[in-house]
Design a protein around this ligand. Structure first.
Ligand SMILES: Cc1cc2nc3c(=O)[nH]c(=O)nc-3n(C[C@H](O)[C@H](O)[C@H](O)COP(=O)(O)OP(=O)(O)OC[C@H]3O[C@@H](n4cnc5c(N)ncnc54)[C@H](O)[C@@H]3O)c2cc1C
Ligand code: SF4
Length: 499
């Protein structure tokens, strides 16, 4: 097959009809993996992506610009519940991989076994292992070293090693990384291996067409079988300028755990189980910081460089742009001078709390609700205590156990632990979530899930889901590698080769 192309909205005349074997909605981790696998197997693939395509030179490394141009809902998505949780998801060719920190973990075996036991998932550790190998090769995943981790990660490593914790440098899909620390604004030097740099070009080479600034609106279903997609062509203000039709034998929904359930809800599809948009997990994370006498310069170094594994939680160092902690920490009058002595990290948990995503109509943000479970609150407190222990072991003189106004700076470990009692109320926490999952979960039992474990929906033939929304429960580690591997396996199964 001749190579395909990356098209922008300007290339598409309203009323255009596109014929393909498979329409793929969304070009993030799931969509890119599906497109690459199907195109490799000779199928004509059309990928629709509502975000734009950005070259490194197009990027402006300012949060205000990035939130507007690279994030879903201009980065003002929030889950409501006892605690408000700001949520992030990417919206660009490459999806959330375009703005992520490139952290690569495989799904823990025990989680895959849980999915097998409770949801009839065939994606066992043995079956996933070669898929993980394959996607890690395709994305050039390598463990980073101290030269790009730099001081923010190295002090954390020093403390973790003193305490004998289970930690290491993080493996990342960023072969050309120079450690500038702004992954979440898009990689300005093109060093990150987001899927627009590897899987999507491979799909295009094998004949796939990728249409940016095109938003899927309707899934066409005839007699219970998916037949294609109607999509809106968007202008630079996200206004629809016309419709295009994609006629396809199969449709893959890979719009992420916010986008996919909304598309099903707007089309009133596949909700016999009542599970569309339910079971939202977000891996809530909570940041903390510490002050050292030595210079840390937390903005210098890879975005996330070192991790410590806890039971159902991970501590990961975190590098941000300088204003992040200048604005958040009570550093006093001398804050600019003290800023370079700040170290930072976060604790991300495998949440048992759940939420719900609801489509709210044309042009509106989704309504998202989420209630934290009691066990989540306990994990957060354990994680915050562990971060304080690591930093005091590394020589910090002050820690900020939770980055919000309700918990004071602590000058000793004892003081930090006193600030984090077992009964610290959830509303004192300050969580954030960038790993939405499970809103169209797979289950062999059609009463418990939206999709079969093959990714095909229980109710509409030839309509598949292959993104983070498929996970039956929270994964517990950063999810991109598992989404990529699962989507590859699902696409391979679909073409009948088995995975
Ligand atoms: C800031 C941030 C940091 C992260 N860091 C890490 C990390 O370091 N490691 C890790 O493993 N994970 C990380 N993640 C999470 C990881 O990137 C995501 O879990 C993963 O990319 C999700 O894959 P997906 O296919 O489900 O959806 P996405 O990658 O989000 O892709 C969905 C795409 O579908 C598009 N779309 C949605 N609806 C429509 C529609 N109707 N029509 C057309 N297009 C549509 C969206 O615009 C989007 O581009 C991070 C996420 C964020 C936001
Ligand atoms: S730290 Fe900088 S160079 Fe490295 S991947 Fe992230 S944005 Fe790119």
């Amino acid at each position: 097959m001749l190579p395909g192309r990356l098209h922008s909205a300007a290339d598409l005349k309203p009323g255009t009809r596109i014929k393909a074997d498979v329409a793929v909605v969304g070009s993030g981790a799931g969509g890119a993996a599906v497109a690459a696998e199907l195109a490799k197997n000779g199928l004509k693939v059309a990928v629709l992506e509502e975000g734009r395509s950005f070259a490194p030179s197009d990027l402006v490394t300012r949060p205000s610009w990035a939130y507007r141009h690279l994030y879903a809902g201009r980065s003002v998505l929030v889950a409501r519940g006892e605690v408000l949780i700001p949520l992030a998801a990417g919206r660009a060719v490459g999806g959330s991989t375009f703005v992520n920190s490139a952290i690569c973990f495989r799904a823990p075996d025990r989680v895959l076994r849980e999915w097998e036991r409770d949801f009839g998932s065939p994606w066992t550790p043995d079956r996933m292992a070669p898929l993980f190998d394959e996607v890690e090769r395709a994305l050039d995943v390598q463990k980073i070293g101290p030269e790009i981790a730099r001081h923010n990660s190295l002090v954390f490593k020093r403390g973790a090693e003193k305490l004998g914790l289970d930690g290491d440098f993080i493996s990342r899909n960023a072969p050309g990384c120079v450690g500038c620390g702004v992954c979440q604004l898009g990689c300005p030097i093109g060093g990150k291996g987001s899927v627009d740099k590897n899987l999507l070009p491979a799909a295009i080479e094998n004949g796939a067409d990728v249409y940016s600034e095109v938003r899927a609106r309707d899934v066409r279903v005839e007699h219970g079988v998916a037949k294609g997609v109607t999509a809106e062509v968007l202008d630079r203000d996200d206004q629809a300028t016309g419709l295009v039709e994609i006629e396809a034998e199969r449709v893959f929904l890979c719009g992420g755990a916010f986008g996919t359930p909304q598309l099903l809800q707007r089309n009133r599809l596949c909700n016999g189980s009542g599970q569309v948009g339910e079971n939202l997990h977000v891996h809530p994370g909570q940041a903390a910081a510490a002050l050292f006498d030595e210079e840390i310069r937390y903005w210098d170094g890879v975005t996330q460089g070192y991790y410590v594994h806890l039971e159902d939680a991970i501590l990961e160092t975190f590098t941000g742009t300088p204003e992040l902690f200048w604005a958040a920490l009570p550093l006093g009058q001398m804050n600019l001078r003290r800023l370079k002595h700040v170290a930072s990290a976060g604790c991300m948990i495998r949440d048992r709390g759940r939420g719900r995503v609801r489509w709210q109509g044309e042009g509106s943000l989704p309504a998202i609700t989420y209630e934290m479970d009691e066990s989540d609150r306990a994990l957060f407190i354990a994680g915050a205590r562990a971060m304080a222990r690591v930093w005091f072991a590394a020589g910090a003189h002050t820690s900020y156990p939770l980055l919000n106004a309700t918990v004071d700076p602590a000058r000793s470990l004892d003081e930090a632990l006193r600030q984090l009692p077992d009964d610290l109320p959830a509303r004192r926490l300050n969580p954030y979530g960038s790993h939405p999952q499970s809103t169209c979960r797979m289950s062999a039992d059609p009463r418990k899930g939206v999709c079969k474990p093959t990714g095909e929906t229980h109710e509409v033939e030839n309509l598949y889901v292959a993104d983070g929304s498929l996970f039956p429960t929270a994964l517990g580690v950063n999810p991109q590698i598992t989404i990529l591997a699962l989507a590859t396996g699902i696409a391979r199964e679909m073409v009948g080769k088995g995975a």
